[in-house]
Design a protein around this ligand. Sequence first.
Ligand SMILES: [Fe+2]
Ligand SMILES: [Fe+2]
Length: 182
Amino acid sequence: MTRRSYRGSLSALQNDPIRILKAEHNISLLRLDAIERSLQFLESLPRSGVREDSTDEQTHLRDCLISLQHLLELHFLKEEEALFPVLAEYIGRAGGPIDAVVDEHTRIRSALGDLRQKVTDLCEYQGGERTAILSGVTGLAYKTTGLLRLHICKENQILFEIGEDLLSTEEKRKIAIKIKTM
Ligand SMILES: [Fe+2]
Ligand SMILES: [Fe+2]
């Protein structure tokens, strides 16, 4: 790729809100992979006794989760305050895909908050027997990662496709400017 074509593709990315938001989806999916790997590792360890590798992994899990939560707080805001209002002018809101994904944002925010509390409890747990507390974490964690994967898939395949078809270049440029100030 030449320097000029690189600059051209970078500028196209920066002026296209759908591509910006899809790139954030890809980062979120990498974080979900890391969280699921961490859960699998914790599940593979003996459940009793305090082990250094489980303590380190629990801290890693908590850090991945906090990083995902921060990323999504801003990502959801960009969708709700910059993209969806313009898209709603074309397709409306009530009972349609925009309302559906905003409802999912509420459920995902709440699930991530509950999960963060459970992972914090796990990190602070000093007892020797971790079975019950770890099962509570993994049960909610897999439910949350599944919910988020489905949400991203729905946006990529339905809502963002609608946006690609309906939004003008000028509308995309204005949405991208708003996103970059958030
Ligand atoms: Fe979303
Ligand atoms: Fe999204």
